[in-house]
Write a protein that binds this ligand. Structure first.
Ligand code: PMP
Length: 444
């Protein structure tokens, strides 16, 4: 009997060890980590240089309370991160995870409004669907029915605009008119809500768990920036999944040259070595808040030196191995192979992604975009079939979380061509098995 519980009752194999892109369980079975856990382990497992950096820090101190001491590790990591940000984003606030980072950004946007004499600004716009975390604040800007619905009475409703899912709406993602079309929905919604009541818009540069590697259409990010600026609305980029090289650049927003007001990061920053997240803020926003009495927010483990030492080790490895470039080149190769799988497997209705944040969507009909019947639970069946073949991929429902199936394929950025072959072979065999498995239900 296990004393643990998470989402369900299913027991999982016991993890014994993890190295590079592989994980072994207690029975000696090997798995290729094709999702980097939950898009976390960007530099691979058990990197010896990161372990050594953590060991050195451990021998000095594992904890220093942020209101009593600064630490070299947190100071250095803050400086290193700010050097990797767009110009002016130079103030760093550490947390232990993505939801904490999002909560922090929401609260900073609110406190900035108060500090600058705009007390009526408190609403945070976001997109539907989206995922920004599971604490009640982050959940209020999340749009994903199974996770949000039970808690609606406990949350402050926040306004949402449609995510730019051009592939579902039959629009050309390469046409700048498409980007303008979706961004203008934000403009209209802010106007309808009253711009003077809106503090911020939070967006994932490339959609993650809820939309499955949704790449914005041409012109979208540029127009979003312009709309936010025009309305005095802060642009918060949720780079929890896209940050730390995942999309082939250090930040996802670099693909479009978007300059955010606030960036939040986590997953790939600690890369599975330590719970670590960060909010990186335009220096112009921070001073008024500090002048008005300080930021009324903070977590006990903020700036934990061991976590920051891990983060520094991760940044060193990203640079030393030039992993952003590898994510870009291997990402292109992976996308080409996923398109190849789409030609062979009718169940695949769409392939999308940027760098090594890639996904495909299963559909009953790729022309009409009709999803598979939800009760078939096709995404979970595919994950299970891949698991049986020693391949880990990550799946979710798409389209508001009640139907539609996407599979995220997001291996560590240290991926080599032989690993790519192994992933594609595993997916190919699993898709064949899934088609056989679903055939009776789809025929009937
Ligand atoms: N934002 C995004 C874009 C995410 O993908 C996630 C995690 N999937 C979060 C926030 C929340 O992060 P955490 O689970 O570390 O709280």
């Amino acid at each position: 009997m296990s004393h643990l519980f998470y989402q369900g009752r299913g027991r999982k194999p016991v993890l014994e060890q993890a190295r590079g892109v592989y994980i072994w369980d207690k029975d000696g079975r090997r798995y290729l980590d094709g999702s980097s856990g939950a898009m976390v382990c960007n530099i691979g497992h058990s990197n010896p240089n990161v372990l050594a950096a953590m060991q050195r820090q451990m021998e000095k101190a594992t904890f220093g309370y942020r209101l009593h001491f600064e630490t070299e590790a947190s100071e250095t990591l803050a400086a290193r991160l700010s050097a990797l940000m767009p110009e002016g984003l130079s103030k760093v606030f550490f947390v232990s995870g993505g939801s904490e980072a999002v909560e922090s950004a929401m609260k900073l946007a609110r406190q900035h409004a108060l500090a600058t004499g705009q007390p009526e600004r408190w609403k945070i716009f976001s997109r539907a669907p989206s995922y920004h975390g599971c604490t009640l604040g982050a959940l209020a800007v999340t749009s994903y029915t199974p996770l949000t619905k039970p808690f609606e009475p406990m949350m402050q409703a926040m306004p949402k605009v449609p995510a730019p899912r051009a592939y579902l709406d039959g629009l050309d993602p390469a046409d700048p008119e498409t980007g303008r079309h979706y961004a203008d929905m934000l403009d209209a919604a802010i106007e309808a809500e009253g711009p003077e009541t809106v503090a911020a818009f939070i967006v994932e540069p490339v959609g993650g768990a809820s939309t499955g590697a949704l790449v914005p259409p041409a012109g979208y990010m540029e127009r979003v920036r312009e709309i936010c600026t025009r309305h005095g609305v802060l642009l918060i980029l949720d780079e929890v999944m896209t940050g730390a090289g995942r999309t082939g650049r250090f930040l996802g927003c670099e693909h479009w040259g978007t300059r955010p007001d606030i960036v939040v990061m986590s997953k790939g920053l600690g890369a599975g070595y330590a719970p670590l997240g960060a909010m990186i803020v335009d220096e112009k926003l921070v001073d008024p808040v500090l002048d008005a009495g300080g930021f009324a927010h903070g977590f006990t483990y903020a700036g934990n030196p061991l976590a920051c030492a891990a983060g520094l080790g991760v940044l060193d490895e990203l640079a030393r191995q030039d992993l952003c470039t590898n994510a870009q080149t291997m990402g292109e190769a992976l996308m080409a192979r996923l398109h190849g799988l789409m030609q062979k497997h009718e169940l695949i209705g769409d392939v999308r992604g940027k760098g090594l944040l890639t996904a495909f969507e299963l559909m009953a009909d790729r022309v009409t975009k009709a999803p598979l019947p939800a009760h078939l639970n096709a995404h979970q069946r595919l994950v299970d079939l891949a698991y049986e073949r020693g391949l880990i991929v990550y799946s979710r429902r798409t389209r508001d979380g009640t139907e539609g199936d996407h599979i995220l394929v997001c291996p560590p950025l240290i991926l080599e061509p032989a690993h790519l072959d192994e992933i594609v072979e595993g997916l190919d065999a699993s898709l064949t098995a899934l088609a056989e498995d679903l055939a009776p239900a789809l025929r009937g």
